[in-house]
Write a protein that binds this ligand. Sequence first.
Ligand SMILES: O=C(O)CCC(=O)C(=O)O
Length: 331
Amino acid sequence: MTRQGASEIRPGQHEQASLRLSLEPADYLEVLAGQVTQLYASGRIKIEGDLGLGLSLARMLSTQAMADWSPDRDLLEEVSARGAPLERIERRDMPAQAVFMKEYAQASRPVILVDVVKTWDVHALSPRRLRAEFGSVRVVPRVGDYVAAAFTPHHTYAQMSLAEYLDMLDAAPEQGILPPYLGNNAVPEGLLAYIQYPPFFVPRTCGRPNMWLGPAGTITPLHRDLVDNALAQVFGRKRLMLFPPGQSKFLYTWSNSKLVDGARVDPDHPDLEQFPLFARARGIPCTLEPGEMLFIPAGWFHKVCSLTPSLSISFFKLYEPPAAMTLPAAT
Ligand SMILES: O=C(O)CCC(=O)C(=O)O
């Protein structure tokens, strides 16, 4: 790969390569299955050169391989605008599958399910048990200004054991300083036994679940995934602000990815001079409590802030188009 010039893929080595990724051929399938951070942390992918760029390139390969369909942003925006505008996110037990599909997934309506995570062995995922059973697992938390770097290859990462990371979990948040965040890391193999896929996703249509572990004060800035997504709160609390897909015109979106759009405006501190249309946006706040699972339909914008030390697990339905895209467009 080279920094300048038209892109060209050829076998062999570029004499001015700015980045080199090496891995065993057998691990390539693991990359395609989304195991990038884990492979890197365990030394199975070697990255010479810019780490942020290397990890993001490897992730891009996997996204490309998984989603062999293309998101239709207009359709997602149109479908979500069909019902009455949501005032708040409903909380309820998981309904029958057919009801979930019709009233939430196909209707592009987020919902908080209060009974789904209750069937997990959440004690096995407590900081104490994580340290005891998985403390030696190598992890690569985001550090620095990962909010500014979000959805770009410019992330910086630290490398440590999970036990070392857990030592930081109870640190009090410091004003204006982002704590290191173990965000969007594939759930380590041994931990999968304690996690259950949401009842409304067929597991083979999802990528590997990702974990989001961090102290109070972590932030994932406003963005949307163009895939159906479920966020399960294992411990701790998170505050979210959601915006329906149809409000993309007020949020100053940008994208360098097939499946994620960033938003340049920060809903908690909007700069209305720079982003005047944001004054017309209507966000829906909600707080995710331990044991709750939020279904985020494809295309819904969300900003996520942890209020306490927190562990969430996310499930992205990557291998199939969003449910809301399976309905015929309104005539
Ligand atoms: O929990 C977080 O910090 C972000 C989660 C998220 O953005 C997602 O699941 O799509």
